[in-house]
Design a protein around this ligand. Structure first.
Ligand code: FAD
Ligand code: NAI
Length: 472
């Protein structure tokens, strides 16, 4: 007889494993099925985020940043070193250890919360009398509720499939065994900039080719402008407005033919090419046809604002549905769905989802950009404070960038906060909390911030809304 559950989650990434844990906390009998394999063929829950996304990329960003500091910044502190060398194999092994710690952590959390884990593919078999029959690896299970959290895959350029040797997706980009002399990156989005930064810091000559005429089009224009200036200074070559015509892998390298913004034919020869032009929702092998689960023209599972699909008691969360492809968005949806199944009022506020790009300096924002406010016809005030005038940033030796506040001209409610600078990823949380509580800029300006801290730049940017900064 097949095993019975209240809730079965298909996919063990941040959307799925968090949904499974929350549902178990709420008293349901829960299973999670995930097919990711580690190099020994064993289970590796955590999805894209843990295995080939957020976690390993941040491990490599940290290693390469240490290297860059040792090469170029230690001397400022009076520290002299011998010859600084990078052992790429060791850096990659450390990254793998960090990934494994996270995989093991999730398996431990499943045990702790009594979530049954199946290693293998989950797929729909049939639906009858309010019960869904699913395959979970080699087993057949039955459940009332299904949460689909099957994530996304890298999008390839037409005619240039990933071979992960020369043409790399995010997966291959995290496993390059030696620093390439020349690295090409197609797409100057989040992955392109983060992975381009890693290999540039380690010595690669990096050229990024971007189709759009504007750099970081989704980011506040003043932040994008500052970022373009700083990345150029670091040696990252970014060409905008290009049209890729051909990608040809050859002996030990890749040749990219493209038309530049002026319409001239160009060629770029590189040792490795990272293609980071977005991701596509993944429903491969889910057998949606068996139950009639509806997909849209992009292949995403169609859901309403509450993550309900067209089928009763079938829910979908994370990268496989609409909305930003971010781990914390997937997690929030996972929690909310588990709570809705329990009859509670799970809630995800799409207006306060923070974004972070882990370049150096980091870029982080929440809420609307200045260009969006203009387009929406909203009357707003802007206030900005540079890290150059912040004592902690000077002590750190990291004074690039600024914090920018956008507030409603009449009510002073914070509408957006945009940061480029040290630890922007951490600083943005204060802005998220403030916006979640519908705070005004003056609320932040009146709160005591520790000195010396980078967060004083946030307070000063809030003060700048009323043109009353104290340190600038
Ligand atoms: P996934 O993490 O993709 O997990 C889906 C899981 O389902 C996988 O384990 C997959 O094997 C499994 N699965 C799929 N189909 C089946 C099936 N039929 N049966 C069983 N299992 C199945 N986001 C951030 O917020 N911050 C970051 O810093 C960040 N960095 C990133 C860096 C890179 C290089 C990449 C590629 C992504 C990054 N992201 C980041 C995005 C983030 O990884 C995703 O938004 C997040 O992983 C989505 O979670 P998910 O649970 O929806 O899907
Ligand atoms: P992206 O959407 O961030 O950027 C893709 C870029 O490629 C865009 O600028 C786009 O204009 C460009 N592009 C598209 N087609 C092109 C073509 N044919 N030629 C040249 N340029 C082209 O996608 P990316 O970088 O692949 O990342 C996917 C997603 O993963 C991100 O959107 C984000 O949701 C997530 N992610 C999040 C991170 C974070 O939170 N720090 C880190 C990395 C990824």
């Amino acid at each position: 007889m097949s095993k019975q559950f209240d809730v079965v989650v298909i996919g063990g990434g941040p959307g799925g494993y968090i949904a499974a844990i929350r549902a178990a906390q709420l008293g349901f009998n829960v299973a999670c099925v995930d097919e990711w394999k580690n190099e020994k063929g064993g289970p590796a829950p955590g999805g894209t985020c843990t295995n080939v996304g957020c976690i390993p990329s941040k491990a490599l960003l940290q290693s390469s940043e240490h290297f860059e500091h040792a090469m170029h910044h230690f001397a400022d502190h009076g520290i002299s070193t011998g010859e600084v060398k990078m052992d790429v194999a060791k850096m990659l092994a450390r990254k793998d250890t960090v990934v494994k710690q996270n995989n093991d952590g999730i398996l431990y959390l499943f045990k702790k919360n009594k979530v049954t884990f199946f290693h293998g593919r989950g797929s729909f078999v049939a639906a009858k009398d309010g019960v869904y029959e699913l395959k979970a690896g080699d087993e057949t299970v039955q459940t009332k509720h299904v949460i689909v959290a099957t994530g996304s895959n890298a999008r390839a350029l037409p005619g240039a499939p990933f071979d992960e040797e020369l043409i790399l997706s995010n997966d291959g980009a995290l496993r390059v065994g030696a620093v390439p002399k020349k690295l090409g990156v197609i797409g100057s989005g989040v992955i392109g900039l983060e992975m381009g930064s890693v290999w540039r810091r380690l010595g690669a000559e990096v050229t990024v080719l971007e189709a759009l005429p504007a750099f970081l089009a989704a980011v506040d224009e003043s932040v994008a402008k500052e970022a373009a200036k700083l990345f150029k200074k670091q040696g990252l070559k970014i060409e905008l407005g290009v049209k890729i015509s051909e990608v040809k892998p050859g002996k030990g390298g890749v040749s990219v033919a493209y038309t530049d913004a002026k319409g001239a034919e160009q060629k770029l020869d590189v040792d490795k090419l990272i293609v980071s032009i977005g991701r596509v929702p993944n429903t491969i092998g889910l057998n949606v046809e068996a139950v009639g689960l509806q997909l849209d023209e992009r292949g995403a599972i169609v859901v309403d604002a509450d993550c309900k699909t067209n089928l009763p008691n079938v829910w979908a969360v994370g990268d496989v549905v609409r909305g930003p492809m971010l781990a914390h968005k997937a997690e929030e949806e996972g929690v909310a769905v588990a709570e809705r199944i329990a009859g509670q009022h799970g809630h995800v506020n799409f207006n306060t989802i923070p974004w972070v790009i882990y370049t150096s300096p980091e870029i982080a924002w929440v809420g609307r950009t200045e260009q969006q406010l203009k387009a929406d016809g909203v009357a707003y005030k802007a206030g900005q404070f540079p890290f150059l005038a912040n004592g902690r940033a000077r002590a750190l030796g990291d004074t690039q960038g600024f914090v920018k506040f956008l507030a409603d001209a009449k009510t002073d409610e914070i509408l957006g906060v945009h940061i480029i600078g040290p630890f922007a990823s951490e600083l943005i949380s204060e802005a998220v909390v403030a916006m979640e509580f519908k705070a005004s800029a003056e609320d932040i300006a009146r709160i005591c911030h520790a000195h010396p801290s980078l967060s004083e730049a946030t307070k000063e940017a809030a003060l700048a809304i009323d043109k009353r900064t104290l340190n600038f």
